[in-house]
Design a protein around this ligand. Structure first.
Ligand code: SF4
Length: 100
């Protein structure tokens, strides 16, 4: 759920109004606050952190999804262990996961 502090426009009886300049400014401000963590984060290609779920998103925010090399190695190891222990999930992954 996204709270109203992150509104990007409004809807009335006749129209949906999205302020694209505001949206661009807002997103750029979010990225600016976190970019220094993202550029060294091992999850940068599969980031699961939703900006809209961050409370108190300030310049000092420490991303809870941030992963260094050690944590990311453990993350991958856990995935491999799970697959080894449950080989039947490979079929589901092959059928349902799309990698772009
Ligand atoms: S998990 Fe956090 S630090 Fe890592 S890429 Fe995503 S937002 Fe950036």
């Amino acid at each position: 759920m996204i709270n109203q502090g992150y509104d990007l426009g409004y809807v009335n009886e006749n129209e949906v109004f999205l302020d694209y300049r505001k949206i661009a400014r807002q997103y750029n401000s979010y990225y600016a606050k976190i970019i220094n963590q993202c550029i060294i984060c091992y999850h940068y290609e599969d980031c699961l952190q939703c900006f809209f779920q961050i409370d108190n998103f300030t310049q000092e925010y420490k991303c809870t999804g941030f992963s260094n090399r050690e944590n990311f190695s453990k993350y991958l190891g856990d995935i491999i262990s799970t697959i080894e222990e449950n080989p039947q999930i490979i079929k589901k992954i092959m059928e349902k996961v799309v990698i772009k």
